[in-house]
Design a protein around this ligand. Structure first.
Ligand code: IMP
Ligand code: MG
Length: 183
């Protein structure tokens, strides 16, 4: 669905589908250059990263395997709990692999800093992160993210994979969710 289809549920449009497409292409060019002689494994974090993964992986002009993890740090609320639990693990042996975590958003950074350490402890040769969105003001821990799409304000956003209570993931753009929807 389009931003206009849920305009009453949003206080602000942050990114249109076109802006996202252009940024995904930019990120793909950077990754192609850095991984030219390597065989990266793309690890998507379910469910939020499905749209980024689908578009980013197809935009890459090189073959790249994909695997998926599901972790929970949120429940259905709008604040990070800091508690990370693996709900679905990878199928791939990480020994010697150059892992590229593909994420929708870095909020507190708690999920990603935990995830990077977890994947390194399984023998990955390297673990870098591609994240479409980052909220710099929300950072609770520093995470070194090599590929960032957009820095956005510290507001609860939905769309392009990001949900509120499982809704709005199928929105093509990204917008700030209106408080009347969750309060
Ligand atoms: P963290 O606070 O960096 O650990 O964020 C963990 C996860 O919370 C992200 O991967 C998202 O799935 C979710 N999340 C964080 N901020 C938002 C938001 O503004 N809208 C929807 N989901 C979010
Ligand atoms: Mg996520």
């Amino acid at each position: 669905m389009e931003l206009a289809d849920v305009q009453d549920d949003l206080t602000e449009v942050l990114l249109t589908a076109d802006q996202i497409d252009a940024k995904i292409a930019e990120l793909a060019r950077a990754v192609e250059a850095d991984y030219a002689d390597r065989d990266p494994l793309l690890v998507g974090v379910l469910k939020g990263a499905v749209m980024v993964m689908a578009d980013f992986a197809r935009e890459l002009k090189m073959s790249a395997a994909m695997d998926w993890m599901a972790v929970s740090s949120y429940g259905s609320g709008t604040k990070s709990s800091g508690v990370v639990r693996i709900l679905k693990d990878l199928d791939t042996d990480l020994h010697g692999r150059d892992v590229l975590i593909v994420e929708d958003i870095i909020d507190s950074g708690l999920t990603l800093s935990w995830l990077r350490e977890n994947l390194l402890s399984r023998g990955a040769a390297s673990v870098e992160i591609v994240a479409l969105l980052r909220k710099p003001e929300a950072a609770k821990v520093h995470v070194d993210v090599r590929y960032v799409g957009f820095d956005i304000p510290n507001a609860f956003v939905v769309g392009y994979g990001l949900d509120y209570a499982e809704r709005y993931r199928n929105l093509r753009g990204v917008g700030v969710l209106a408080p009347h929807v969750y309060s």
